[in-house]
Design a protein around this ligand. Structure first.
Ligand code: SIN
Length: 529
């Protein structure tokens, strides 16, 4: 089935059009004539905008795998094959690296004002295609359309922010200890960047890396997740339309380990930036040692969400819902352990589960849906095994804890009470719509439990005490802390973890540092006339 057919089917469903065309097979894209009116709008907008891309981008040219191999991209809500994309490996990656390397010599010399203008144009194009990009995200990733369009706004925001930051890569002049010298600090782009991105935010995790990289004058080879390459390709198409020169942004996909190995082995790649699992992050870090590359890693979390007795219950419930169920629980910053103080425990579990019960699970294109499918069968099996472990050790099922009647990879929003710290669900990221609620007695207990993990990405606290907010936020061993707020990600603030949750920061002015080298220049003999 072609991308066009699947797009048509989903669009038809989303706009309530009864489509009898869903069973048709066609080797070539359907003509716009064959589509129903509303679906026609969706597909033709994508075609007109050039956003239906199913080839990789190397040196400004759309390219198949050299051996013709392809991989299927599925719609997780239906299991349908949306389209195929090239299954690339070492050779194509090496060519993408060469293209990026060649482009670096000119892109790094383009003035920051010009780079800024290109990025701003890219931002404008992303925003003007917000609906189409949102539809692509829903199609290949499954998240509800509203949330997908929210991701486009969020993702594009990184491009806008870094378009502005491009103009602010300031150096320094250091007072010299010797009268005849002048000491300067220059900031220069690191070079070619390998950006390896995950499926949970098919756009935002790319723009968060590529925005600052390009702003600094770096060029990139992106390897998006094979599960969600279409949004990456559409974003790359828009980068070309924005006037970003060929070779500055390259996209390859396919054999993840062959591509990763090629990026690691190449001395021309000076930086690896990765968002994904801690296990893969450790391999990349070790692999980068061979050529001593810079690395930034945004890895897994195990976020505590601590609700104190003195919290405002409504604020705590609303904040915890956001922190737990965004993207159907599939984010690294999702609350993984909801730790509630004993005095408010019962009330919280009751109010929280009543709110969770109101969630609507379904296809991301259906009106009112708040929870989409999980990304694939393996993700559901992981959730099931964590829930089984917890219930076998005494956790109580308040809600859900089973697959949804819609089948496929839909899982019921779940609340478990009486969860204990030694259960797998409290030790590892569940990455699904399961809220495990633990109980604690004192602030010290909460801090001990919260910090008793190798992860250190996000943490949340709910309290009405200003003093406690400061005290606990300072004592939490995490890179991000939300106080009375469950949705804290923004392009203007630094995102990143401590401990085994990663290295480096993305977003904000700090996100620029990851793509810059500091060069010290000493001017001597400055007193001669
Ligand atoms: C992630 O899950 O890695 C990113 C989440 C975010 O940007 O908020």
């Amino acid at each position: 089935m072609t991308l066009m057919m699947a797009s048509r089917m989903v669009a038809a469903r989303s706009f309530g059009v009864v489509s009898h065309l869903s069973s048709m097979q066609s080797p070539t894209p359907l003509s716009v004539r064959q589509l129903s009116m509303d679906a026609k709008g969706f597909a033709s907008r994508l075609v007109d905008a050039g956003l239906l891309r199913s080839q990789a981008l190397i040196g400004g040219k759309w390219s198949d795998a050299y051996d013709g191999k392809t991989i299927e991209v599925h719609n997780p809500a239906t299991g349908d094959v949306i389209t195929t994309v090239p299954c690339m490996g070492q050779n194509e990656t090496n060519d993408a690296i060469s293209a990026a390397y060649n482009a670096f010599s000119s892109w790094s010399k383009v003035t920051s004002v010009e780079r800024s203008k290109c990025l701003r144009k890219w931002y404008d194009l992303l925003i003007s295609h917000k609906e189409e990009l949102g539809q692509l995200i829903t199609l290949e990733q499954g998240k509800p359309l509203q949330e997908a369009m929210g991701e486009v706004t969020y993702g594009a925001g990184f491009i806008e922010f870094f378009a502005e930051e491009a103009k602010r890569v300031y150096g320094d002049i250091i007072p010299s200890p010797l009268a005849d010298r002048r000491l300067l600090v220059l900031k220069q782009p690191v070079g070619v960047v390998g950006a390896i991105t995950p499926w949970n935010f098919p756009l935002a995790m790319i723009t968060r890396k590529v925005g600052p990289a390009l702003a600094c004058g770096c060029t990139v080879v992106i390897k998006p997740s094979e599960l969600t390459p279409l949004t990456a390709l559409a974003a790359a198409e828009l980068a070309l339309q924005a006037g970003i020169p060929p070779g500055v942004v390259n996209v390859v996909m396919g054999n993840a380990s062959a591509i990763g190995d090629a990026l690691l082995a190449s001395p021309q790649v000076r930086k690896i930036t990765f968002t994904g699992s801690t296990a893969v992050g450790k391999k990349l870090m070790a692999g980068a040692a061979g050529t001593v590359k810079k690395v930034s890693l945004e890895l897994g979390g195990n976020a505590p969400c601590i609700v104190f007795d003195d919290a405002d219950l409504d604020v705590a419930v609303k904040g915890t819902l956001g922190a737990k169920f965004r993207n159907t629980g599939q984010t690294c910053v999702c609350a993984n352990r909801i730790m509630v103080q004993e005095g408010i425990y019962e009330k919280f579990v009751d109010a929280f589960s009543k709110a969770v019960q109101k969630f609507q699970v379904g296809h991301g294109f259906s009106e009112g849906v708040t929870q989409g499918p999980l990304i694939n069968e393996a993700a559901v099996q992981k959730v099931e095994s964590f829930v089984k472990d917890a219930t076998s050790k005494g956790a109580k099922v308040v809600l859900g804890a089973k697959r949804h009647s819609l089948g496929m990879t839909f899982y019921e929003p779940t609340v478990l009470s009486d969860v204990k710290s030694d259960m797998i669900i409290a030790r590892e990221e569940v990455f699904g719509p399961v809220a495990p609620v633990l109980r604690f007695k004192t602030e010290d207990d909460a801090l001990r439990m919260a910090n008793d993990t190798n992860a250190g990405l996000a943490a949340y606290i709910f309290t009405n005490s200003v003093q406690r907010s400061w005290r606990v936020a300072e004592a939490l061993e995490y890179g991000l802390v939300g106080v009375n707020e469950g949705l804290i990600s923004t392009e203007v603030a630094p995102f990143g973890g401590v401990k085994q949750s990663g290295l480096g920061r993305e977003g904000s002015k700090y996100g620029m540092d990851e793509y810059l080298e500091i060069k010290y220049v000493c001017l001597g003999n400055m007193n001669s006339k």
